[in-house]
Design a protein around this ligand. Structure first.
Ligand SMILES: [Ca+2]
Length: 664
C-alpha cells in the first residue's frame, strides 16, 4: 500500500531517527554490537511513527543463537543424502547435533543471563540451544537491546516496533543471529487460496459438480496405498485447532479410516493461547491440512502443532518445538509470509531450525504461496519458509482428470494432464543462497535459491472438498499441495524403514523419470512453466506409484568386517539405497515391505498443552469431544521436566538430581 506524502515523510523520520540514534544509551550498558543479521522489520519504512510505546506494554521476543560450524553442518547434510557417502542416511540424534553444531551451553547461558539482567523473564530454553524465548515490558526490552520501542501505524493499523537495530554485548554478537519479535509488523498467513461453501458432497452433486475428494487425488496421482504411511507421523506446523467431528465426518464421507491412534493436537504456547483454539474462520487451514495429509497417507498419525499466535516469534518457537520434540519424520506447513516483509534475522533463525530438522532426519514441506510470482503486495518475490534451502517448497498446478469428474461420472478416472496454477508462488530468493541439491533438470544458472521445488494440485478450480465447522467447503491453494507431498513423504519413509531427511537430492535426481510429472504449460505471472525445472511448478508433481518404486527401500546388508580381531565377527547394518542405483557389491537382502495395517480407531484426539517454560512440569489436558476412546500422545517432556524413564524424555535421558529425576 502506498502512503500519502506526509505519511511517507513521517516514515522517513522513523528511519532517520533510528539510524542516527542507535544504539541509544546502549554504550552505557555495555551494548554496542549488532547481531549477525538485521532484525528490524523491512515494513518499518512504510510505517508512520506515533511516538514512544508505553513503557508498560509487554512483548514476547526470541533471541536466536547461530549454529556452530555451519560448513561442517552443510557438508554433513550433503553427505547424509549422498548414496556414495559412508554417512548416507546416518542421521544424527539430537544429542549428536547438540554436541557438534548447537550453540555452546556457555553461549546460551550468557544470553539468558543478559536477558534476565535487563529485567526480562526467560520463558523458553531448548535442548538445541538455538533459541531463548523471553517476555517483558517495553522498558526491559529497551534495556536488553539498546533500542527505542515505538508505536507505529501501517496500513491503517496500530503496531509496535523497535526503531533501532538491537545491540548486544560485544562478545555475544559473534554468535547471536538476531532478535525476533521486536515488532508485530508482519505475521504468518495461511495459504488457503479460496474458500467457497459447498452443499454436502455427492448428496447434491448437480449444481455442485465437480470437485476433488481424497479418493479423486488418490486416483489422479496413482497412489496405490502399497505404502500408506503406517508407523509414520505427519506433523502439521501451523496454528488453530481442528474439530474431531470434522475429521470423523470427512473420513466417513470418503470411506477413509479414521485418524490412527496417537494422532493429537499439541499447543506450543500457554494452553489458553488463541492459536491453540478452534476458530470457525481460521481453522479451515488445519482442516484442509489434516484431511488431505490423511487422505494421502491414511495409516499415518497426524499431529497438529499449534503456534500460540500468528506472530513470527511464536511460529519460530513452534518450529523449534517440532525439531526438539521430534515426534515424526515428516512436517508440512501451509503458513507463510512474503520474503521481503521479514527480517533477515527471522528467516535465518528459522532456516537454522530447519537445518537441525534435516540433520536428524526430518523432511519439511512448505506451501509456496498463492499470489503467483508477486508474493507481497504485487512486489516480485517469494514466500517464506518455502524459500528456505532446508525446506521443500511446494507450488501448485491445475489438474485435469483423464475421465470423470462430471455429474454423470463424478469419480476422477486418473491422470489426464496438469498445467501450472496461476497462483503458484515461485521465483528467486533474495535472502538465501542456492542449496547444492538444486541442480540439473534445466535449473537456470545462478547462485540464489529458487522456489518452488515441486508442485501438486492447488487450483481453486476444481478445488478440494474440505469439512470444517460442520460444513463443506471447496478449497484451493498451495495449502492443498504441501500436506499431500508430506503424505507421500510419509509413505516413502515407511517404505525406506527410516527417516528421509531433506529429499531434495532424491527428487532432483528423479527429474525426467516417470516418478514426476513435468508440467510444461501455464504461468504464475512473471514466470512460465516449461520443460524441466521451472519457477512455477519446480520439478512438477508426483506419480506416487512410480516415486515409491524409485525411492529408497529398506534393505538389510550383511557385511563382514575387514578388521582382524580376536574373533571373527560379522556386523549387520541396516542401510537403504535408492532401488534404481547399485552402489555396492556387498550381498544384500531386501526385507519384506512393511505390512500395511489400517486400523480404524475412534477419532477422538488429545490436546496436549505443554508448559512453555522448560523448568515447569508438563501439563496434559485431555479434551474429548465424543464418548469414544481417547488416544494419548506419547508425551515428549521438555528439558528439565520430571521423569521416570528415558522414554519420557524422547531423545534426552532421565537423570537423577537431588530428590527427583529430570530430563537432561
Ligand atoms: Ca516443468
Amino acid at each position: 500500500m502506498r502512503f500519502p506524502t506526509i505519511a511517507r515523510s513521517l516514515a522517513l523520520i522513523v528511519l532517520t531517527v533510528g539510524l542516527a540514534a542507535a544504539p541509544r544509551g546502549a554504550a552505557a550498558r555495555g551494548l554496542g554490537a549488532p547481531g549477525k543479521f538485521p532484525s528490524l522489520s523491512p515494513h518499518l519504512k512504510d510505517a508512520v511513527d506515533l511516538g514512544r510505546a508505553p513503557t508498560s506494554e509487554r512483548h514476547r521476543v526470541v533471541v536466536s543463537l547461530d549454529v556452530r560450524d555451519r560448513e561442517g553442518l552443510e557438508a554433513f547434510l550433503a553427505d547424509v543424502q549422498d548414496p556414495s557417502s559412508p554417512r548416507y542416511r546416518q542421521f544424527l540424534s539430537q544429542a549428536d547435533f547438540d554436541a557438534l553444531y548447537a550453540p555452546t551451553p556457555a553461549q546460551e547461558e550468557a544470553v539468558v543471563d543478559h536477558l534476565r539482567g535487563a529485567g526480562l523473564r526467560v520463558t523458553e530454553r531448548f535442548p538445541n540451544r538455538l533459541l531463548v524465548g523471553a517476555v517483558g515490558s517495553v522498558a526491559a526490552l529497551e534495556r536488553a537491546f539498546g533500542v527505542e520501542m515505538h508505536s507505529v501505524q501501517r496500513a491503517g493499523k496500530r503496531h509496535y516496533a523497535a526503531v533501532d537495530e538491537p545491540s548486544l554485548p560485544a562478545e555475544m554478537a559473534s554468535y547471536v543471529v538476531g532478535v525476533v519479535g521486536l515488532d508485530d509488523l508482519s505475521e504468518r498467513h495461511p495459504h488457503v487460496g479460496s474458500v467457497e461453501p459447498a452443499a454436502a458432497p455427492r448428496a447434491a452433486l448437480g449444481s455442485n459438480c465437480c470437485h476433488l475428494s481424497p479418493n479423486d487425488v488418490f486416483a489422479f496421482y496413482d497412489n496405490t496405498a502399497a505404502a500408506s504411511g503406517a508407523g509414520e507421523t505427519i506433523v502439521i506446523a501451523g496454528a488453530y485447532a481442528w474439530h474431531d467431528t470434522d475429521n470423523t465426518g470427512f473420513n466417513s464421507q470418503w470411506g477413509l479410516p479414521q485418524l490412527p491412534a496417537g494422532s493429537a493436537q499439541v499447543c506450543t504456547g500457554p494452553s489458553t493461547s488463541a492459536g491453540c483454539k478452534f476458530s470457525s474462520q481460521d481453522s479451515i487451514e488445519i482442516a484442509l491440512d489434516v484431511e488431505y495429509a490423511h487422505g494421502t497417507a491414511p495409516a499415518a498419525r497426524v499431529l497438529n502443532y499449534m503456534s500460540a499466535s500468528t506472530s513470527n516469534a511464536d511460529f519460530t518457537t513452534m518450529y523449534n518445538r517440532i525439531v526438539t520434540d521430534n515426534p515424526g519424520h515428516v512436517v508440512s506447513t501451509s503458513w507463510g509470509a512474503c520474503e521481503v516483509a521479514l527480517s533477515a534475522a527471522s528467516q535465518q533463525t528459522d532456516d537454522n531450525i530447519f537445518a537441525n530438522a534435516n540433520a536428524i532426519g526430518q523432511s519439511w514441506f512448505a506451501a509456496s504461496g498463492d499470489s503467483g510470482s508477486r508474493d507481497c503486495s504485487n512486489i516480485l518475490g517469494v514466500d517464506n519458509p518455502a524459500n528456505s534451502p532446508h525446506m521443500i517448497g511446494v507450488g501448485g498446478t491445475r489438474p485435469a482428470c483423464s475421465s470423470g469428474l462430471t455429474s454423470a461420472s463424478p469419480a476422477c478416472g486418473g491422470y489426464g494432464s496438469e498445467s501450472a496454477w496461476s497462483g503458484s508462488g515461485g521465483g528467486v530468493s533474495q535472502v538465501f543462497a542456492r542449496p547444492a541439491f538444486q541442480s540439473g533438470c534445466g535449473v537456470p544458472a545462478g547462485t540464489r535459491r529458487l522456489v518452488p521445488d515441486v508442485a501438486l494440485e492447488a487450483d481453486t478450480s476444481p478445488g478440494n472438498y474440505v469439512a470444517e465447522n460442520g460444513s463443506w467447503w471447496i478449497v484451493g491453494g498451495t495449502s492443498d499441495a504441501a500436506p499431500q507431498w508430506a503424505g507421500l513423504a510419509a509413505e516413502l519413509a515407511q517404505q525406506s524403514g527410516g527417516p528421509l531427511g531433506n529429499p531434495g537430492a532424491l527428487l532432483y535426481g528423479l527429474c525426467g523419470t516417470a516418478a514426476l510429472h513435468d508440467v510444461t504449460s501455464g504461468s504464475n505471472g512473471d514466470y512460465s512453466a516449461g520443460v524441466g525445472y521451472d519457477l512455477v511448478t519446480g520439478l512438477g508433481s508426483f506419480d506416487a506409484r512410480n516415486l515409491l518404486a524409485a525411492g529408497p527401500t529398506s534393505t538389510t546388508t550383511t557385511s563382514t568386517t575387514t578388521i582382524t580381531t580376536t574373533t571373527s565377527t560379522t556386523s549387520t547394518t541396516r542401510t537403504a539405497q535408492p532401488s534404481t542405483t547399485s552402489t555396492t557389491s556387498m550381498p544384500s537382502t531386501t526385507t519384506v515391505p512393511s505390512t500395511t495395517t489400517t486400523t480404524a480407531v475412534p477419532a477422538t484426539t488429545t490436546t496436549t498443552a505443554v508448559a512453555t517454560t522448560t523448568t515447569a512440569p508438563v501439563t496434559t489436558t485431555t479434551t474429548t469431544s465424543t464418548s469414544s476412546t481417547t488416544t494419548t500422545l506419547a508425551a515428549c517432556f521438555p528439558f528439565g521436566s520430571s521423569c521416570s524413564t528415558n522414554a519420557d524424555c524422547c531423545s534426552r535421558s532421565c537423570k537423577r538430581k537431588g530428590p527427583g529425576k529430570f530430563c537432561k
